[in-house]
Design a protein around this ligand. Sequence first.
Ligand code: ZN
Length: 202
Amino acid sequence: MPWGCSERRRLGALLIGAGLLGAIGASAAAHARSPWALGVFPVRQFQAYTSHYGTRVRPGGREEPHYGLDIAAPLGSPIHSWWGGVVQEVINDGACGIGLVIRSGAYEHIYCHLAGLGASGRYQSGPVLLRSGETVRTGQLIGHVGLSGRTTGPHLHWGMRYRGQWLDPARILRAMAEGQRRLRATARAPKAPSAPRVASFR
Ligand SMILES: [Zn+2]
């Protein structure tokens, strides 16, 4: 049960292709100066962050690692892909529950505790039907918040790995916020004054 909120995973050497910036393609050209602004926050009906990345203490005092960010949202609320990529795995285990791994260049983004059905490389929830190997777009509806796996309430467990190493998703969110701030600043920046006309003074 490698993907859950609390299961320690022995990291394999999952060195994957190019980095994210190589994977975003021509559509990012206009955002080349702040590429992180292209990312999409995976939950639209955000309620709270209920558990951060890192070590946490379980009831009873036992410490355990938590390889993701828990984002509380209403049961059944939509989940969107953070970035365009390929469905690498459909998870169905006791910890993550029904989940998805999406690969975008050297990044893998992991979504756990989903609603719906997941088996044999196929995930289905309402109108969503995804199969391993399928391409998804940035912001595409990929599932719904559920209660599958080890969870005490409806939330998305959002994990992130870069070249096989767990990463704090909050770092990604900060980079996205900074990218969006830069984009807005660029949009607001005054235009450079036009070159002065050369008048014919006598
Ligand atoms: Zn979690």
